[in-house]
Design a binder for this molecule. Structure first.
Ligand code: NAG
Ligand code: NAG
Ligand code: NAG
Ligand code: NAG
Ligand code: NAG
Ligand code: NAG
Ligand code: NAG
Length: 500
């Protein structure tokens, strides 16, 4: 979004008008309503209505006493059944088996009335143990995905979840808890006022569980077991981002919008993780909802080796040169017809940043643009020129759902599509066919059976997933139930590229 509330910030660089693309890549002429719409984004009105819609959805979730099923269950004839196999325990699936499931309660959340999950991220130790940090309403929960290594000398089931402990929320409970990784640290932000960013060393889990003979758990102390970074305007952030190449993390969406950092990119130096310090911010395009920060490698030779952030800024995709952390240096700012809430995205290939995939969180819900049929829609951008990104096409899921967070690995994108669960798409065709026509859904695990009879484009189901473990285990955090671990089925459908 474009910050209009403080004129002095606007002149930090010269703005070229955003180009608006139709989903088929054509440039759309005429955009009379842009100014009006822009003010709705700039004021935070759109973000507020999105948060209100989510809270309304979550109100309907009566607290359920779900039961953990922490072992292998194969996908048979399109379903994984757990427990007694009641409708709430029957999950539609394709090419993925369940290896473990723990409820939020069994993952240590003590907020009985509202067991609600959000983000998730993972960490692999030097000897290959796999840990996850799980966002819950009252804090971050930590678990191990039991692996095959020498430390598993008790033969705990591979792929099951082993709860190890939790870091309580810094201030008050919040539905919004975002977690990313930075080296061996979990970085934890929240929309809660006063929360700041918690920086937790994953290796502390090894002290609790040096080997599998111990079943110890620990509630960590929020003041002494984690660093508390407090230098955010009012402690809130919408998300936290890894910028490891320059030894930074980045807080985004740190309200208020009229702060000097404009809720944009706030850079935090992590050279010494025991004393993280704010080095500056990029306020010039205002509120940033999410971002991916990388050293640029790709076709746009002028930028080779430059530190870039791809900002998902509500009404625009905004690409920044973030070499200088004390100012805003926008390379481009683009949008498309029907853009409702540009939420998150990921580059297709970090070694050759020629394309990215973008998700819009409000287009299906609000039936805008090509998402008017409410099928989860992924937008494809050719970023071969960072100065002139071009939307080249889109992909629509076979099912109605809102798409939320996605992460790309090995030319597959792993999407947490709320009520339709984890969806894995083979996107290897994009560089040769950027219209998206060759994208194929190769696997899914639908963690929200409640809507199977009548799929909903609503903010229920899975918030996020972590697909980067070498073992192939994919951890899926859900709003209602808990965390599911899934893995590629041994016998995948014929004709499917199966390296997911
Ligand atoms: C869930 O279990 C708790 C504790 O056993 C109980 O107090 C509560 O009423 C149950 N909730 C529902 C919806 O069954
Ligand atoms: C399944 O979940 C719904 C709410 O999503 C609840 O109303 C219903 O009672 C549950 N059914 C069973 C068998 O647990
Ligand atoms: C730890 O838990 C496992 C499985 O739940 C059990 O078999 C084992 O005996 C426990 N170990 C200790 C030291 O309590
Ligand atoms: C910034 O916005 C808040 C509301 O979010 C308001 O209370 C405050 O007065 C504003 N500050 C300035 C300097 O405009
Ligand atoms: C990126 O920003 C740095 C610092 O402002 C600047 O020196 C450099 O020229 C920029 N790179 C490009 C390709 O514009
Ligand atoms: C959502 O739809 C409503 C009603 O049509 C409209 O007023 C609003 O501007 C839309 N919001 C977005 C973000 O598209
Ligand atoms: C991507 O865009 C560049 C121009 O920026 C163009 O040269 C290239 O052909 C495009 N790639 C594809 C696959 O369309």
């Amino acid at each position: 979004m474009w910050l209009t509330s403080s004129a002095s910030l606007v002149v930090a660089f010269s703005l070229s008008p955003s180009i608006i693309f139709a989903a088929n890549g054509a440039v759309v002429a005429g955009r009379a309503s842009e100014a009006l719409l822009q003010s709705q984004y700039d004021s935070g009105q759109v973000m507020d209505s999105l948060m209100t819609a989510k809270m309304a959805s979550w109100k309907h979730l009566s607290p359920q006493n779900y039961t953990s099923f922490n072992k292998f269950a194969p996908c048979v004839d399109g379903f994984v059944k757990i427990g007694k196999g009641s409708p709430n325990d029957t999950f539609a699936c394709k090419n993925l088996d369940l290896t473990g499931f723990l409820t939020h309660r069994d993952l240590g959340s003590k907020k009985e009335s509202t067991l609600i999950g959000s983000s998730i991220w993972g960490y692999t130790t030097e000897d290959g143990r796999e840990f996850i940090a799980i966002g819950q309403i009252d804090g971050a929960s930590f678990a191990e995905i039991v692996g095959k290594g020498p430390w598993n000398d008790q033969g705990k089931p591979e792929g099951s979840l082993d709860y190890i402990g939790r870091l309580p929320a810094y201030s008050v409970p919040s539905l919004w808890r975002e977690i990313k990784g930075y080296k061996n640290y979990a970085i934890i932000g929240s929309e809660a006022v006063g929360h700041g960013i918690q920086i937790f060393d994953f290796n502390k889990l090894l002290e609790v569980r040096p080997d599998s003979f111990s079943n110890a758990t620990k509630v960590f102390n929020k003041d002494t077991d984690a660093y508390h970074f407090a230098d955010l305007p009012i402690g809130r952030s919408h998300n936290v981002v890894n910028a490891e190449a320059s030894e930074h993390i980045v807080a985004v969406g740190s309200l208020p919008r009229n702060d000097t950092c404009g809720a944009g990119l706030i850079f935090i130096d992590m050279k010494d993780p025991s004393t993280p310090t704010k080095t500056g911010c990029a306020a010039g395009d205002g509120y940033v909802h999410d971002a991916q920060c990388l050293i640029y490698h790709g076709p746009d030779k002028k930028y080779e080796g430059t530190e870039i952030c791809y900002g998902y800024n509500e009404d625009t995709l905004t690409i920044y040169n973030v070499t200088d952390k004390t100012t805003t240096n926008v390379i481009s700012r683009v949008t498309y017809e029907g853009a409702a809430y540009i939420h998150q995205g990921w580059v297709l290939d970090s070694h050759n940043q020629a394309f990215l995939l973008l998700d819009d969180e409000y287009d299906e819900y609000n039936k805008t643009g090509v998402a008017k049929d409410q099928h989860a829609t992924t937008y494809i951008w050719n970023i071969s020129s960072l100065e002139k990104p071009v939307m080249t096409g889109y992909y629509q899921s076979p099912v109605v759902a809102v798409d939320h967070n996605q992460y790309v690995k090995n030319m597959f994108t792993y999407q947490s599509n709320y009520a339709s669960g984890l969806r894995i798409l083979d996107v290897s065709s994009v560089p040769s066919d950027p219209t998206g026509a060759g994208i194929e859904q190769v696997a899914f695990f639908d963690i929200f059976p409640d809507d199977d009879a009548a799929p909903v484009a609503d903010f229920v189901g899975t918030w996020s997933n972590y697909p980067y473990f070498k073992s192939g285990h994919i951890a899926v955090n859900t709003i209602e139930r808990g965390v599911f671990v899934v893995k590629r089925s041994e016998n995948v459908d014929k004709g499917v590229r199966a390296e997911f």
